[in-house]
Write a protein of this length. Structure first.
Length: 337
């Protein structure tokens, strides 16, 4: 098999393709020949050395794959050789051959290709968990989505429109046409004074939901835009990894600029602050499986559709990470063996 390894903390060039014997399937698991693997911002954070959940370096990261089962372990009764499946490993997804517990796989709908399948699990589950499962997103809500042209952003826009919400999305000006295509009502320049722009649009009613993966001072600005019963959900600190290599000064600076929320303030403001780290939920399949099934039903109904922006061969993994660091992505970026 071929895998993409993070050989040490550093720029994208530390990624290296290595070959190893194919793994043997074990009881309770299946072996998947991977056709496409998703890239998430957590992978970039792990590569620069700012993701504490990642395995010790050198390591293989990757949270999501799509492929075909070619071996079934003892005790697995609901999957068979030849089945097309999503796989959700907790790391190890940058590979062309993956042994994974059967419980962490889901059947791919017949109408969905492998690349689109690899673009769905992490970003759509993250958006669904924040907006629907814990967010109580009501019809007609006003929702602000940061980094709206990325994978989670695209998923959040589509899910918001299933409930006829008004969506405000931040991104660079060159991505605004794409945001409108996805259903965003009010694209806003992320490089400008976005909080003032949102305030002028939403007025005194305030926002019902803010989804923020930027962190630092952005969280406070989003909180201040909330109306009564508004919710700020934090799901990343991308501002801590603004460069392609680790900068502890930048990371610490972002952390020091995070507002601290007193329970008394939250009570008096009638607001909620929450968080989401999908990687910490991978062992809670009792929570994730119903959400995933709900997402697949929305896909079958034509209400959501993962958009693949670009695919990169394994040998071009460094270029794929550069592409994401340079904020070029509009939708999901994948690796293909």
């Amino acid at each position: 098999m071929r895998q993409i390894w993070i050989t040490k903390a550093g720029a994208p060039e530390v990624l290296q393709v290595r070959e190893a014997p194919d793994p043997e399937v074990t009881p309770g698991c299946v072996r998947v020949r991977v056709r496409a693997a998703g890239i998430n911002f957590a992978d970039l954070m792990a590569r620069v050395g700012l993701y504490p959940d990642a395995p010790p370096l050198p390591c293989v990261v990757g949270y999501e794959v799509a492929g075909v089962i070619d071996a079934v372990g003892a005790g697995v009764t609901d999957l068979a050789i030849g089945d097309r499946v999503f796989g959700m490993p907790r790391f190890g997804g940058y590979t062309d051959t993956l042994v994974i517990p059967a419980a962490q796989t889901f059947h791919i709908p017949e109408s969905m290709g492998f690349e689109q399948a690899a673009a769905l699990p992490v970003v759509y589950l993250t958006a669904y968990y924040m907006m629907i499962f814990t967010g109580n997103l009501r019809p007609g809500s006003h929702v602000l989505v940061h980094s709206a042209a990325g994978g989670v952003g695209q998923a959040a826009i589509q899910l918001a429109k299933t409930r006829d919400c008004v969506v405000y999305g931040t991104a660079s000006a060159g991505k605004h046409a794409f945001l409108r295509e996805q259903g965003c009502d009010h694209p806003i320049d992320a490089a400008g004074d976005w909080s003032t722009a949102v305030r002028q649009l939403v007025g005194d009613r305030g926002l019902d939901l803010v989804l923020d993966a930027v962190g630092g001072p952005s969280w406070k600005r989003g909180y201040d835009l909330l109306g009564p019963a508004g919710r700020l959900v934090c799901f990343g600190i991308s501002g801590a990894a603004a460069g392609k290599t680790r900068s502890l000064v930048t990371a610490i600076g972002q952390l020091l600029r995070i507002k601290k929320y007193s329970p008394i303030d939250l009570m008096n403001d009638n607001r909620t602050v929450g968080g989401c780290n999908m990687g910490h939920l991978f062992d809670r399949l009792d929570l994730l499986r119903p959400q995933f099934e709900a997402l697949l039903e929305l896909y079958r109904e034509g209400k959501i559709s993962p958009r693949v922006d670009k695919t990169f061969a394994f040998d071009d993994a460094a270029a794929a990470h550069h592409y994401l660091h340079d904020r070029k992505a509009m939708g999901k970026v994948l690796l293909v063996p």
